[in-house]
Write a protein that binds this ligand. Structure first.
Ligand SMILES: Cc1cc2nc3c(=O)[nH]c(=O)nc-3n(C[C@H](O)[C@H](O)[C@H](O)COP(=O)(O)OP(=O)(O)OC[C@H]3O[C@@H](n4cnc5c(N)ncnc54)[C@H](O)[C@@H]3O)c2cc1C
Length: 587
């Protein structure tokens, strides 16, 4: 196999909001930046974000960054690191104004200021009245942000490698990251991109589940690359199920629909959220609303002939409001359900949505890991941001509107630190040919065709297994069985083959590489879930129903080698303000 070699100052793996915000900062500092994306940049999954980005602008109701911080800590079920959360919430208004100046067409109020809607888990005055902190561009916020960032990057002369699939990061023998190996999807040719510093921004792993709001591309490639490179991933047991996926299909109905006044009903026409969250009701935190819907269905109060979903009612809202604020949602319902939400309620059920865990970083985006038995240290040259990273601002449960914020704040913070790193590390290091060869060998394995189990079948089985064994409610036996099955899938991949009929543009080979990545993400998720013997945020156990701060106020770190799990303490100390100590979490 021939191999092209390219050299850049900085390599960004991923062209979503996190990758593009980082690339822009680096390119504007006159650095030579490469962005690699397996899809055309504006097809990255950030494009799908609907409801908006959080920032305490106080344009609609009183607000402060400190209230935002409180809500985020509480939403995280006290597992979020409070230094990173303070940093993010303070930075939020500036980040949103920057986007406005880049040309993002945010929705407007009559007075010309940016409109802000109510989202789940938001409060005024540290747990008081509902706040309105989510800044939307109708219900197509991600689309607007991603396109603006792409245009700004083109202007700043960022170099894009579109439709290249990164297989592995390459490390020197001392652990320094030297760049990554990528496969051109159209030609099948391999390219080694050497860089003095590398950022992983590859997004989430929502494809480990069968019913998901995530696109086919969200296969956790970056987290799997980190695992293969001997690094840990953190807090993978915390996977968010969004309460309002279209029942049976998984596509998302934004929380903004409830923010605009929509509410949930069971088969008796009861607004059941009043029982589960008497104050916040339908705008309680996502983990709470998802469990409530699942409980209604489990207890026989589900709707439809199979009693397998609840209803989201919007048809009491004014048609003009839906047309102005939720046009994409209305179109999605008409296209996929033949239901117009102006006239009929929408059938909904929780859908796999967001990977709270990821590659552990500090608030500068540096990937941090313990070396041997020593304390954790930054991995030289390596950064991570966005949904593939765990900084950790979301802890055990992310608040809606905080992910777009996370990707922008920490994309930018990573780039700022990378600029500093580049000043201190002025020269490229020699390449590590043995590591490149090892990565090439993995790639070449997937030239295998002929008789054997199909990779596609294994991928589907992984997704079904995760849905059945590691869903909204969890128990020990069921999770242990899931772990055993996932381990078996790993073994079955050794003999699996790629399907001959789908070899167009190397897509079958890509599917095999992605399936390997999915399996490693699924294993990390299920193993860490089975190990955590408490209920916290999105990790809800029927056999350990309470949060246990004494034993479990800690982040998990999963290593592929020996499936080892270690733990590290939560950073309870913020930067300048007082810490928010754990309390019983009610809405
Ligand atoms: C339907 C939906 C609606 C949402 N709405 C909101 C919202 O309103 N507000 C909010 O805050 N959050 C929302 N979220 C969450 C939020 O959109 C995502 O968490 C966020 O956009 C992720 O951004 P990212 O930059 O980390 O990754 P992504 O945008 O997923 O980008 C990942 C990039 O990595 C590239 N990549 C991945 N693997 C490889 C590889 N092996 N080789 C090369 N390139 C690779 C991809 O091509 C892509 O460019 C929503 C999520 C979904 C699914």
């Amino acid at each position: 196999m021939t191999m092209e070699r390219r050299e850049f100052d900085a390599l960004i793996i991923g062209a979503g909001g996190a990758g593009m915000r980082a690339a822009l900062e680096l390119a504007e500092a006159d650095l030579k930046v490469a962005v690699i994306s397996k899809v055309f940049p504006t097809r990255s999954h950030t494009v799908a974000a609907q409801g908006g980005v959080n920032a305490a602008l106080a344009n609609v109701l009183p607000d402060s960054w400190h209230w935002h911080m409180f809500d985020t800590v509480k939403g995280s079920d006290y597992l979020g690191d409070q230094d990173a959360i303070e940093y993010m919430c303070r930075a939020a208004p500036k980040i949103v104004y920057e986007l406005e100046h880049m040309g993002v067409p945010f929705s407007r109020l009559d007075n010309g200021k940016m409109y802000q809607r109510k989202f789940g888990g938001q409060s005024q005055n540290f747990g008081g009245e509902q706040a309105a902190r989510t800044t939307p561009a109708a219900d197509r916020t991600g689309h607007a942000i991603l396109h603006a960032l792409y245009q700004q990057n083109i202007k700043a002369k960022t170099h894009f490698f579109d439709e290249y699939f990164v297989t592995d990061i390459i490390r020197a023998d001392d652990g320094t990251v030297l760049g990554a190996l990528a496969l051109c999807i159209a030609t099948g040719e391999v390219m080694m991109v050497s860089a003095r510093t590398t950022l992983i921004a590859t997004g989430g792993a929502g494809q480990i589940y069968k019913t998901t709001s995530n696109a086919l591309i969200n296969t956790g490639d970056g987290t799997a690359m980190a695992l293969r490179a001997g690094l840990p991933v953190s807090d993978m047991e915390f996977f968010q199920f969004h309460p309002t996926g279209i029942a049976g299909r998984g596509m998302l109905i934004t929380e903004g629909a409830r923010g605009e006044g929509g509410y949930l009903l069971n088969k008796d026409g009861e607004r059941f959220m009043e029982r589960y969250a008497p104050n916040a009701k339908d705008l309680a935190s996502r983990d709470v609303v998802s469990r409530s819907i699942a409980s209604e269905v489990r207890d026989g109060r589900g709707c439809g002939p199979e009693q397998d979903h609840c209803l989201l009612k919007l048809n009491h809202l004014d048609e003009a409001t839906i047309a102005k604020r939720l046009p994409g949602i209305r179109q999605t319902c008409i296209t996929f359900l033949s239901i117009d939400p102006v006239e009929e309620p929408i059938p909904v059920y929780p859908t796999a949505h967001y990977t709270m865990g990821g590659i552990p970083t500090n608030r500068y985006g540096q990937v941090v890991a313990p070396f041997g038995t020593g304390p954790e240290e930054p991995v030289p040259g390596l950064y991570a941001a966005g949904e593939s990273a765990c900084v950790s601002v979301h802890g055990a449960n992310r608040l809606g509107g905080n992910s777009l914020l996370d990707i922008l704040v920490f994309g930018r913070a990573s780039a700022k630190h990378m600029i500093k790193y580049l000043k201190e590390n002025r020269y490229h290091l020699p390449s590590n040919e043995a590591a490149i060869e090892q990565a090439m060998a993995r790639l070449q394995r997937w030239d295998r065709k002929g008789d054997g189990e199909s990779v596609t079948d294994i991928r589907v089985e992984v997704q079904k297994t995760m849905e059945a064994h590691c869903g909204v409610f969890r128990t020990q036996d069921v999770m242990d069985e899931g772990v055993a099955k996932i381990r078996a899938f790993r073994a079955r991949m050794d003999d699996a083959v790629i399907s001959d009929h789908s070899k167009v543009f190397n897509t079958a080979r890509i599917e095999a590489l992605e399936t390997e990545n999915l399996i490693d993400n699924a294993l990390a998720t299920a193993k860490c879930a089975a190990a955590r013997k408490e209920s916290r945020g999105a990790h809800s156990r029927l056999d350990f129903t309470e949060r246990d701060d004494k034993q479990w106020m800690k982040h998990s770190l999963f290593y592929l080698q020996d499936e080892r799990i270690e733990y590290k303490p939560v950073q309870m100390k913020p930067l300048e303000v007082d810490s928010f100590p754990p309390k019983v979490r009610t809405y």
